[in-house]
Design a protein around this ligand. Structure first.
Ligand SMILES: C[S@@+](CC[C@H](N)C(=O)[O-])C[C@H]1O[C@@H](n2cnc3c(N)ncnc32)[C@H](O)[C@@H]1O
Length: 434
């Protein structure tokens, strides 16, 4: 693989680590800017996600081979070493020689003064083999943090919420590649057309048992140029996201509010289940993301969506008692989608501690927009109880006219083959409160 591909990967990793960029957005930008073939794209994607997903573990390994304090390394040198160590341990397609040689070439482009140290550390690692990680640190959270490359804060929270064995299984599954699900958009295509498209491209698909328009697929390359995808015949959507919509049970003719809707995955499925009949108000605080939603809705052939940029924490009197069904897919810490967004692995208490208040405020406002016999779904893509069941309990405590229609669902990657997710379905019954 060329040094150009490694330089592209380096720029993305550096941007995510030091400029707070988002990995998925940075990768897309880099692929649009540079002309690289599909094989190189695959290599860059693996190197970026792999390295970013294992930073704490890789830094631990690097330290075992360094003759100086890691804090003395330049940011560039540290990043090149992390990429180099990742290739040595986790990329079978790259020889040890290439890992060392290409790392030295790369550092010469970005910080020539560190070339000697990179060369020495990489060679020492090749000669001696990886340092065995033994569970020698007595603090369990610290130890899990290194082993599974997750912030100590998240490790500590998971250990508080789950048993140790469950936490290990969960963290281990969060280092694996997520399954890919697509959903047929019946407004633009049919199952027969979808199957023909998948067959032509040698893509294996398995129909899902619960969501009849969902298929788990493997072997999809370069989805952006798939003609059926481009014309809106199918979308990529995790099963967990579809299950949240299914819980809401939108029907043709309903008046529905999706209050944190952008970039639109759930709104599009709501519209599909409504057979594009009725009214769907899709709101979000982000103007940019609402624009993305609008554009994709047109491609998908949906015309029942009214978009609005709105801060859902601010109560809007005009919307009182207006909707049959409301989805609150709240902004959250995202601990359930760590496999897709590796930067979430390193979140700290300060990054997430404000969220429960915002979530509760949004849920509380949304509940007032519901008609007297309406249904409301609260969902998040996190596994943090403070953002899930504790919000639900507080809401029920303060809103006696609401009850849970079914037990809230928690979904886990290693059990359900989905993102980590939480879904609670409430029913409003004003007679209950009197
Ligand atoms: C989990 S995402 C929603 C994903 C979306 N439902 C989908 O399926 O594509 C949460 C969304 O909440 C939005 N958000 C954050 N704070 C908000 C607020 N105060 N009011 C409204 N939307 C907000 C974010 O912009 C983000 O798009």
């Amino acid at each position: 693989m060329s040094n150009n591909a490694r330089k592209i990967a380096y720029d993305i990793i550096y941007d995510v680590k030091y400029n707070k960029a988002y990995s998925n957005i940075s990768i897309n930008k880099a692929f649009n800017k540079n002309t690289i073939d599909n094989r190189e794209k695959g290599f860059v994607t693996e190197l970026v996600y792999g390295t970013l997903s294992r930073l704490i573990y890789l830094d631990y390994q690097i330290e075992q081979f360094l003759d100086m304090r890691a804090s003395k390394l330049s940011k560039q040198a540290k990043t090149v070493l992390e990429m180099g160590f990742y290739q040595l341990e986790f990329m079978d397609s790259v020889s040890d020689f290439a890992s060392v040689d290409e790392s030295v070439k790369l550092i010469k482009k970005v910080d020539n003064r560190s070339a000697g140290i990179i060369n020495a550390v990489m060679r020492k690692r090749v000669k001696e083999g990886k340092a065995e990680y033994t569970d020698k640190i007595s603090d369990k959270a610290k130890s899990l943090s290194i082993e599974f490359s997750i912030s100590e804060y998240i490790a500590r929270r998971f250990l508080k919420i789950y048993k140790e064995e469950f936490t290990r299984q969960l963290l281990s599954s969060m280092l694996e590649k997520p399954s890919l699900f697509i959903r047929l958009n019946k407004l633009r295509s049919t199952e027969a057309e979808l199957f023909e498209n998948l067959e032509q491209q040698d893509i294996y698909s398995k129909k899902n048992d619960i969501i009849d328009s969902a298929y788990e697929i493997s072997g999809m390359k370069n989805i952006g140029s798939n003609p059926l995808f481009v014309k809106g015949g199918f979308v990529i959507q995790d099963l967990s996201s579809m299950l949240a919509v299914k819980a809401l049970n939108p029907l043709p003719g309903d008046t529905v509010l999706d209050i944190c809707s952008a970039p639109g995955g759930k709104s599009f499925y709501i519209a599909d289940l409504m057979e594009n009949k009725g009214q769907l108000d899709s709101m979000d605080i982000s103007e940019h993301k609402i624009q993305m939603l609008k554009k994709r809705a047109v491609e998908l052939g949906i015309d029942i969506i009214n978009t609005r940029v709105m801060d859902a924490t601010v109560f809007n009197e005009e919307m009182t008692n207006r909707y049959d069904k409301i989805l609150v897919d709240a902004p959250c810490s995202g601990f359930g989608i760590i496999r897709r967004k590796p930067e979430i692995r390193y979140k700290s208490y300060e990054d997430v501690n404000q969220l429960p208040e915002i979530q509760y405020q949004i849920l509380s406002n949304a509940s007032k927009y519901l008609k007297d016999t309406g249904s409301l779904v609260y969902s998040t893509c996190t596994l943090e109880k403070k953002e899930n069941i504790e919000i639900v309990d507080k809401f029920l405590e303060n809103n006696k006219e609401f009850y849970l229609e079914e037990e809230p669902k928690e979904l886990y990657p290693h059990i359900h083959n989905t993102d980590g997710f939480f879904i609670a379905k409430f029913k409003k019954d004003i007679n209950k409160s009197v």
